[in-house]
Design a protein around this ligand. Structure first.
Ligand SMILES: Cc1cc2nc3c(=O)[nH]c(=O)nc-3n(C[C@H](O)[C@H](O)[C@H](O)COP(=O)(O)O)c2cc1C
Length: 206
């Protein structure tokens, strides 16, 4: 999937996400709507009077998570992104109000909208996690020039193909071979393989 598809799911399907910022070194969260997306990232807005705005101006790095709807956890998909935002002022404000007509109920007049600034999340890394597939599906992605950091569990050449890791894997995502291999897109990162390996053949990059 191209990265834009994750932005589209965030803006059009999930829409309301939980965003974390730092407040004097401590994490703080609140619910924020993803108003727009394009190939360069996603856009949200806030009012200049809010604590959220102050946090963004002090430290523009955020982390957000959102969930698709579904009758229970096994029907849901999540998207998490950590990355850099920039304040783009009133740019795209009109477009946001056109695409999200409910905003006119909250900020009815042009004057009241003057409190609002738009933020662009333009560079970051993310994870798409789907519990509705069996085994689970996990995909990592980057955008805006961010480098993809390798993360997860990896079997090295020290593997003696003893099979202990495969027995303990809850998602059956370890492939047999001369050296066993973890299917990264199906791995839960539970760490069972790492714990059981008698040859210290598994590296943990978490
Ligand atoms: C469904 C929902 C969507 C929201 N979307 C936004 C939003 O897009 N922008 C915003 O500033 N506040 C939004 N809010 C309100 C904030 O969550 C609320 O003002 C919060 O207290 C702000 O956090 P702060 O105290 O850190 O500033 C939303 C609230 C809900 C329930």
């Amino acid at each position: 999937m191209s990265v834009e598809i994750y932005f589209k799911i965030l803006a059009n399907e999930i829409h309301s996400v939980v965003v974390a910022t730092l407040n004097k070194g401590l994490p703080t969260t609140r619910v924020i709507d993803i108003m727009l997306y394009d190939k360069n990232g996603i856009y949200f807005l806030t009012a200049k009077g809010k604590a959220f705005y102050e946090h963004l101006k002090t430290n523009p790095y955020i982390s957000l998570s959102g969930l698709t709807s579904g009758s229970d956890s096994m029907q849901r998909k999540s998207i998490t992104i950590s990355g850099y935002t920039k304040d783009i002022g009133s740019q795209k404000l009109e477009e946001i109000f056109k695409k999200n007509p409910y905003m006119a109920d909250i900020y009815p007049s042009k004057e009241s909208r003057m409190a609002l600034n738009v933020f662009h999340l333009y560079k970051g890394q993310g994870e798409y996690f789907d519990l509705s597939t069996k085994p689970i599906t996990r995909t990592n992605f980057v955008f805006g020039g961010e480098e993809l950091k390798k993360s997860g569990y990896f079997i090295t050449e020290n593997c003696k193909a003893c099979g202990k890791c495969k027995e303990k894997c809850p998602q059956s995502c370890i492939e047999i071979g001369k050296i066993y291999k973890i299917n990264q897109e199906q791995c839960l990162h539970c760490g069972n393989c790492y714990e059981i390996c008698p040859n210290e053949a598994i590296v943990k990059l978490i």
